[in-house]
Design a protein around this ligand. Structure first.
Ligand SMILES: O=C(O)CCC(=O)C(=O)O
Ligand SMILES: [Fe+2]
Length: 253
């Protein structure tokens, strides 16, 4: 093995160690293209096993497709409220990853991240009790308006096999589904019961995001990875149709 290759491998290994530390510390990290020389899949194997998504495939293209102009959906240009991925999963994927092929050039389209556990600590005693004790029926359709949906009843913050898992969906709490249809959005039309704990949590999370979320505009060729049992993410609206990311779900043992 040449010295240059040996140096490159050592370099990549220390880069990984640094990013793993950052992931542990702040709940998310961005891997640069140099760390992805052997491919995104090889890089993600450091974190766990890539698992199939709602479509049964290992990857999901976060890319604008026609038909989703009015809904807060990954394949639209619309913003998406604060959520964790796959709250109906038991467990949800431990890590989420977004590999950026081409970021929006319009200055928007940020993936925003905030610490869900810190958000929980910011709540009043009544809501703290609610998130720990009251099961919430999470519901997810694969595509807005589809008939088949997955559901799971579990408290927002639960302990599963000795690990704390945080689940959240602004869409679900306000519109009844992780991927609400246009009809569900119109039905609600801004009428929320201010005493409903789920509506209160959705509103509080949106405000928390305004002040505390880190806006990440993943550069082309980079891979954003975050801890989906701890972090909440959202997306800002954008206008550039060419934005293209590939999403991965990673499960750890
Ligand atoms: O487009 C993004 O930055 C994130 C979209 C999203 O929430 C997802 O694909 O899970
Ligand atoms: Fe998401």
């Amino acid at each position: 093995m040449s010295n240059a290759i040996a140096f490159d491998m050592a370099d990549t290994a220390s880069l990984f160690d640094a990013t793993c530390d950052e992931l542990d510390r702040q709940g998310w990290t961005v891997l640069p293209p140099q760390a992805l020389g052997n491919g995104v899949r090889v890089a993600l194997e450091r974190f766990g096993k890539i698992v199939p998504q709602y479509n049964g495939e290992d990857t999901w293209e976060v890319k604008v497709k026609p038909g989703f102009e009015k809904v807060p959906y990954s394949q639209s240009r619309n913003g998406i409220g604060p959520h964790t991925e796959v709250p109906v999963g038991s467990p949800p994927p431990r890590y989420l990853a977004l590999h950026c092929h081409r970021q929006a050039r319009c200055g928007q389209g940020h993936t925003r991240l905030a610490d869900g556990v810190a958000f929980c600590r910011s709540l009043d005693a009544e809501l703290q009790r609610y998130i720990h004790e009251v099961p919430v029926r999470f519901a997810a359709t694969l595509v807005p308006g589809a008939t088949s949906r997955q559901t799971l009843s579990v408290p927002i913050l639960s302990d599963e096999n000795g690990r704390s898992i945080f689940r959240f969906s602004y869409n679900q709490f306000l519109y009844g589904d992780v991927n609400p249809s246009e009809a569900a959005l119109n039905d609600a039309s801004g009428q929320f019961d201010p005493n409903d704990p789920l509506a209160r949590l959705a509103t509080l999370a949106a405000a928390y995001f305004e002040s505390d979320a880190a806006p990440v505009l993943i550069p082309d060729g980079h891979l954003l990875v975050w801890d989906n049992h701890r972090m909440i993410h959202s997306r800002s609206t954008f206008s550039d149709h060419a934005r293209h990311l590939t999403r991965y779900w990673v499960q750890s043992s």
